[in-house]
Design a protein around this ligand. Structure first.
Ligand code: PGA
Length: 253
């Protein structure tokens, strides 16, 4: 079976409600004829419901939250639970983004709890990982990525792997304008698939989409997506421009 192709937009902490509605409407209109690729928008929490309403009826599109609480519910002021996200009509949650690991000290134990909450609420997961520049310079990028995968996926239920999407995002490429070369991306994605094979078995590994993220844009997406193990992209900055984001969706050959 061919693997799913996915292009996801991570809007991060950007936009006001009106801007979010306008951007979502433009993306919806401009992507209407782009087939063969799943599209996901990850708006900030307050816009999830509205963006979800705008895309309703589009089988190829869904929304996702950029994070969820590791707890189910209760006295956790300021937190947003996976069940709440699901109740807004979202299909996905983004977990393990390097900005959350870096600025909010998210660790593997929390990520495992967030995965559990997401799966219990029937949300699909886009799980992010990637090395820092120092690690690549010291030739530790494969070891780092393997560690980030194994510490979380060892506990991942094998019967829920169709709810799992991975996103390799080298930290040095996020928001910097520096992109992994197509060869670097493919090399790491092939390695990730081999790690998946060790942890989950070769058959499951062959079906899990692995997205690339980190300064992926309308100019470089085609080359990046040409890699045999690159199944799409997780797009930050370029997802805030409808035309660029939709060009990226059309970048599969
Ligand atoms: P970028 O962000 O495309 O702006 O580099 C990607 C991400 O952080 O998901």
């Amino acid at each position: 079976m061919a693997r799913r192709k996915i292009v996801a937009g991570n809007w991060k902490m950007n936009l006001k409600l009106d801007e979010a509605k306008t951007l979502a409407a433009s993306i919806i209109e401009q992507s209407a004829k782009i087939s063969g690729v799943e599209k996901i928008i990850f708006p900030a929490f307050p816009f999830l419901q509205k963006v979800g309403e705008l895309i309703a009826g589009r089988a190829d599109m869904s929304t996702g939250a950029q994070n969820c609480s590791e707890y189910e519910k209760g006295a956790y002021t300021g937190e947003v639970g996976a069940g709440m996200i699901k109740s807004l009509g979202a299909g996905y949650v983004l977990l393990g983004h390097s900005e959350r690991r870096q600025y909010f000290s998210e660790n593997a134990e929390q990520l495992r709890a967030k995965i559990k909450q997401s799966l219990e609420n029937n949300l699909q997961i886009v799980f992010c990982f990637g090395e820092h520049l120092k690690e690549r310079e010291n030739d530790q990028h494969f070891a780092t990525v393997k560690q980030q995968l194994v510490e979380v996926l060892n506990a991942y239920p094998k019967d829920k792997t169709n709810s799992l999407v991975l996103a390799y995002e080298p930290v040095w490429a996020i928001g910097t304008g520096l992109t992994a070369s197509p060869a670097q991306a493919q090399e790491m994605h092939a390695f990730v698939r081999s790690v998946l094979g060790e942890v989950l078995g070769a058959e499951i590994a062959s079906q899990i989409p692995i997205l690339y993220g980190g300064s992926c844009n309308a100019q470089n997406a085609k080359e990046l997506f040409a890699g045999a193990d690159v199944d799409g992209g997780l797009i930050g900055g370029a997802s805030l421009k409808a035309e660029d984001f939709c060009t990226i969706m059309s970048s599969f050959t």
